[in-house]
Design a protein around this ligand. Structure first.
Ligand SMILES: *[C@@H]1O[C@H](CO)[C@@H](O)[C@H](O)[C@H]1NC(C)=O
Length: 428
C-alpha cells in the first residue's frame, strides 16, 4: 500500500480512498483514547508493541521507536493530536492528588494509548519515507524541516529504581555515587511511609524531588504491595523510556557498579523474580486470609501458590500485567484480605503466585538482591551491623553465583559510613 501511495501522491482520484483510510484510522485512535478498552484483543496488540519496544544496552533505541510525549514530530501530523492528549494525561511532576484507583487507571490507559501511538507513528514515518524518496527522485527538496524532531536522536532504555523506605534512606550518599554520571539511563522514585516532604532537601542529591505520593505500608500486609504498585504506576506514567523497574528498600545497597547492573538488567527479556515452590510456612499462608483456603479457589489451587522475596526487577510488560490485575481485582482480590494467622507475607506471595499462573516462563526464578537467612526459623533475614562491614563480606557477595547479584540487604543504618569507605570496591 505504501508504494502505491508514494507513486500516486499527487493524483487526486487516488487520494479519495487514502482520505477514507486516514479518517478511519483517526476514528479508531479517537475511539480508543476516549473509551479505553482492556479487551483480550487489545492485550495482544499491546504485547506486540511492548516486545518491539524492548531495547538493550548494546542496541539503544531510536527515540522514534519509543514514544515520547515530550517530542512533537511535526512531520507526522496524524500523530500530533494524539500526542497532545497523551501529554495532558501524563502525571508529572511526581506529586499529584490521584487516588490509587485513578492512578492505576491512568497508567493502564496511557500504556494503551502509547501502543496505539506507536503504530500510528510508525505508519506516518513509513509514509514520510516513501514520500521523501519520491520527491528526491523527482529532484525536489526533502519535505521535513530540521525542526521536526526527527533527527537521529537516540535514547537508551531506562531502569526505574523504585525505593520503598520508612523514615529515611541511610545509604543516600552511596547511591549518589552509584548514579553519578549515569544520567539518561535511570529514573528514581521513592515511596516513603511515613511520608515526609522534607526528606530529600539537598538539591545536589539524585533523590531530590523524586518522592511520590505515599500511603501506609505495613510489613507483610496488602498495603505493602499497594506501595510497590503505586511506585510502578508512577514510574510508568512518568517516562515511557522506563522499561525496567527495580524495587529496593532503605536497607538495600548496591554491590556492583551501575554499568554492570544496567547491562545485566537491560539485556534480559525476563523479569527477575524469586520463585520458591515449597516451604513449611506455605500451607498456613495459603489458608491464612479471612475465609480460609476456600476463598483462594478456584483461581489459585495450592499447587500454584508460590513464595519469594518481594525485591523484584520487572520488565514493563509485566509491570502493566500487575497493575491490570490489581485494577480488575482478579487475583489481587484473593490476597487483599485481612490476615487471620500469625503472618501472611502478602508481598512474598502475590507477585510470585500471579506470575506462576500467568507467565511462569517470563521470570528467571531468582532475585538479583542478595540476602542471607539464618539457620533458625525466623521472619527476618540477617541484618549486617557496622562491625560486619569488611572488604571480604562485599567480595563474597559479589563473587556468589558467577556475579549474579547486583544489590544486597539488609544493612543497619549505622553501616553507612563503613560502606561509603568501601565505595571504590562496591562500585568498581
Ligand atoms: C523529615 O525528614 C527530615 C530530613 O531527613 C528530618 O530531619 C525530619 O526529622 C523528618 N521528619 C519526620 C516527622 O520524620
Amino acid at each position: 500500500m505504501k508504494t502505491w501511495r508514494a507513486h500516486h501522491w499527487f493524483d487526486i482520484a487516488s487520494a479519495i480512498p487514502l482520505v477514507a483510510i486516514l479518517s478511519f484510522s483517526l476514528f479508531v485512535v479517537w475511539h480508543f483514547l476516549t473509551e479505553p478498552s482492556y479487551s483480550l484483543g487489545f492485550s495482544i496488540f499491546r504485547t506486540d508493541a511492548s516486545s518491539s519496544l524492548l531495547g538493550s544496552a548494546d542496541q539503544p533505541l531510536k527515540i522514534d521507536q519509543v514514544t515520547s510525549a515530550f517530542q512533537e514530530d511535526k512531520c507526522c501530523r496524524c500523530a500530533l493530536d494524539e500526542e497532545k492528549r497523551e501529554k495532558s494525561r501524563r502525571v508529572s511532576p511526581l506529586l499529584h492528588g490521584f487516588s490509587d484507583t485513578e492512578l492505576l487507571k491512568r497508567a493502564i490507559e496511557m500504556e494503551t494509548a502509547t501502543s496505539i501511538r506507536y503504530f500510528a507513528k510508525l505508519d506516518c514515518i513509513h509514509s514520510d519515507i516513501a514520500e521523501t524518496k519520491n520527491r528526491k527522485n523527482a529532484g525536489s527538496r526533502v519535505p521535513c524541516p530540521d525542526s521536526c524532531g526527527r533527527e537521529s536522536t537516540t535514547a537508551r532504555v531506562k531502569i526505574a529504581f523504585i525505593f520503598m523506605i520508612t523514615t529515611s534512606l541511610p545509604f543516600e550518599a552511596l547511591w549518589n555515587k552509584y548514579f553519578q554520571g549515569k544520567g539518561g539511563r535511570y529514573n528514581i522514585y521513592v515511596h516513603a511511609d511515613p511520608f515526609n516532604a522534607t526528606l530529600f532537601a539537598d538539591r545536589s542529591s539524585v533523590f531530590f524531588g523524586r518522592l511520590i505520593p505515599s500511603a501506609k505500608a505495613d510489613r507483610g500486609s496488602p498495603s505493602l504491595v499497594m506501595a510497590s504498585q503505586r511506585l510502578l504506576a508512577n514510574a510508568m506514567l512518568d517516562d515511557p523510556l522506563n522499561q525496567y523497574f527495580a524495587l529496593l528498600s532503605g536497607s538495600c545497597i548496591p554491590i556492583r557498579s551501575f554499568d554492570y547492573g544496567y547491562q545485566k538488567i537491560t539485556s534480559s527479556k525476563k523479569s527477575f523474580l524469586e520463585m520458591i515452590i515449597f516451604e513449611p510456612v506455605m500451607e498456613e499462608r495459603y489458608r491464612g486470609r479471612e475465609g480460609g483456603a476456600v476463598t483462594m479457589l478456584p483461581e489459585i489451587p495450592f499447587d500454584k501458590f508460590r513464595k519469594g522475596a518481594h525485591w523484584f526487577v520487572f520488565i514493563r510488560r509485566h509491570a502493566l500485567m500487575m497493575l491490570k490485575d490489581q485494577y480488575e481485582n482478579k487475583y489481587w482480590a484473593k490476597f487483599d484480605r485481612p490476615c487471620i494467622v500469625h503472618f501472611c507475607g502478602t508481598d512474598e506471595h502475590y507477585y510470585h503466585t500471579l506470575f506462576n499462573i500467568l507467565e511462569p516462563e517470563g521470570v528467571t526464578g531468582k532475585t538479583v538482591t542478595h540476602v542471607v537467612w539464618p539457620s533458625w526459623p525466623t521472619e527476618h533475614p540477617i541484618m549486617y551491623q557496622s562491625w560486619d562491614i569488611k572488604k571480604e563480606l562485599i567480595e563474597d557477595m559479589r563473587n556468589k553465583d558467577d556475579g549474579h547479584y547486583l544489590f544486597a540487604r539488609k544493612f543497619h543504618e549505622d553501616t553507612a559510613e563503613s560502606l561509603l569507605a568501601l565505595a571504590d570496591l562496591i562500585l568498581q
